[in-house]
Design a protein around this ligand. Structure first.
Ligand code: NCD
Length: 325
């Protein structure tokens, strides 16, 4: 490939939109704020970021910016990948660690965030157990807010990295069928994915215990299936979700053993899906509950790939929000 064609490929998205353009929104609160060209620009830029990271290039896109991580709920993948993404773009990163901050002395979320702002932090990645907390932060501070997961509501960067992983595996997404199975009711990952993958033209199927899928029966553009087998049949891709006991999921199922028997994924059940249909899971996995260890480690499992893509997608998101691509 010549230098000229490389440059053209990176400057224009699949839809012909210049990738160098910033997103119009100041914050990333959920994927529903993104236009189709903005989604395309993010996925294209993430591919470029991934290649640059593989070449160990050091970028200065966010030099001079300070990015705060404020994770009021546990996180491994999202927190670490945002930290690496911000660092790879030349930003300074501060990790608030709420459990060791003045939040433990009763300080409110907004007071804590305003304190970060006064120290010179410009952008905060916020994870919070309360749905809507990032919206409050966006209104109540001068910070740029990136939603790192709010309650059961939204997890926009997870959906974007899932879309990239699916595109890597399947190529074109329009018309392809994805089965999202398990604890959909408590899952912010599912909600953001239903929106984003639908916007990208995928046919979204949902399946899980009745109490967890009931609310989705009226969602436009999704098919709710009564059994796991029905949802898996001929699916082009499958996404498993963790049973979120910390959000009260235990009330929707008799026992975890019963759950595993009816809704647990294994290699045999995956044979109902298309040959080699990729398996995704946002992690952390509870092997032996929503999926077997053998399936998590099978060639069709893209769980590791999702994590790697997470760094690239978060680099793209931070760049597009700063307008400095
Ligand atoms: C998810 C989350 O926190 O919403 N994990 C993640 O961000 N990769 C899903 C989960 O905790 O089950």
């Amino acid at each position: 490939m010549t230098t000229a064609t490389r440059a053209t490929r990176h400057r224009l998205s699949a839809d012909g939109v210049p990738v160098g353009q910033a997103w119009t929104g100041r914050h990333l609160l959920d994927v529903d704020q993104l236009t189709p060209p903005e989604i395309a620009a993010c996925l294209e830029l993430a591919v470029e970021m991934r290649e640059r990271r593989e070449r160990r290039e050091r970028l200065q896109t966010l030099a001079g910016e300070t990015i705060g991580l404020a994770f009021y709920e546990a996180s491994t993948r999202t927190r670490v990948s945002f930290e690496l993404a911000a660092g790879a773009l030349g930003a300074t990163v501060v990790d608030l660690r709420p459990d060791a901050s003045s939040a433990t002395k009763g300080e409110s979320l907004l007071d804590t965030l305003r304190t970060l702002e006064r120290t010179g932090v410009t952008t905060v990645v916020l994870r919070h157990r309360a749905a809507g907390a990032p919206y409050l932060a966006a209104r109540g501070t001068g910070l740029r807010i990136v939603n790192g997961g709010d309650g059961a509501h939204a997890h926009p960067t997870q959906a974007l990295l899932d879309a990239l992983t699916l595109r890597d595996a399947l190529g074109e997404l329009p018309g392809r069928k994805i089965a999202i199975v398990g604890d959909i009711g408590h899952s912010r990952v599912a909600r953001s994915n239903i929106h984003l993958l639908g916007a990208l033209g995928m046919r979204v199927r949902l399946a899980g215990p009745a109490a967890w899928v009931r609310d989705f029966e009226r969602w436009p553009g999704v098919e709710v299936h009564r059994t796991l087998d029905e949802a898996l049949r001929d699916a082009d891709a499958v996404m498993a979700l963790r049973v979120q006991l910390e959000r009260g999921a235990g009330g929707g199922i008799p026992t975890l053993g019963e759950y595993r028997r009816r809704w647990g994924l294994n290699e045999e059940r995956m044979r109902l899906a298309r040959l080699d249909a990729p398996l995704l899971h946002p992690g952390p996995t509870n092997e032996g509950v929503e999926l077997t260890a053998a399936l998590a480690g099978a060639p069709r499992s893209l769980i590791g790939r999702q994590v790697t893509n997470g760094v690239a997608v978060r680099m793209a998101v931070l760049s597009l929000l700063s307008g400095a691509t």
